[in-house]
Ligand binder design. Sequence first.
Ligand code: HEC
Length: 205
Amino acid sequence: MNSRNPVCRAITLFAVSLSGLSGCGGGDHAAVPVPTAQTAVNPTSQTAAKVPAPPTNVSAAGGTNKTTLSWDAAGGADSYTIYWSRAAGVTTATGTGAGISVSGTSYIHRALAPATTYYYVVTARNGAGESAASPPASAATTATDGATPYASHCAACHGGLATSTVTNRGSDDIEAALQNVGAMNDLSPTAAQIAAISAALSNGN
Ligand code: HEC
């Protein structure tokens, strides 16, 4: 240590480690701890911990007892949560229940009331948290009601409409099943009811 150099003495008093400073001697400074603020900085984990942006281009289309939602993927998102209500102005706080969690960028919301408008916002999530809500989207279901005849004719064996064991079958498929499946031979839905049930079970609008 060059103790006659006043700059070096000041540095020593304040315990600042400046290994590149010439003329002060080096060895004494090895034990000065690295400031903790530097060890806490980790650029890799900071990037991974970023909450995604809200989903964009959220759209909703109405069908028979259902709406079909889609949106553009948000960068870095692991999943999306759909918040819905029959009241306009739905938010993450006022949506029904805890929202519907999905991994993809589309969803068929089934078993809805006929002739009713449903309102939606969607958020994106990852390990760092949940984005703000997307802009709202809404769609009205058609006046046709397949949910009521489904509940009275089909739900006992195939489960509720939202999670039915049969989906995306045309009227002809249902007619064939009514003829060929022994357990279904005693059922007698009308042709209009079969068409409405088929529409409610379909994956399109
Ligand atoms: C009493 C019980 C019962 C009821 C009620 C019933 N089903 Fe079924 N259904 C079955 C059984 C059993 C099968 C044959 C096994 C299977 O495919 O699940 C079947 C098969 C089907 C199939 C063929 C499955 C396939 O893979 O293509 C369709 C379509 C179907 N049912 C639609 C309906 C619809 C629509 C209704 C209401 C109108 C209905 N079922 C009511 C018991 C029932």
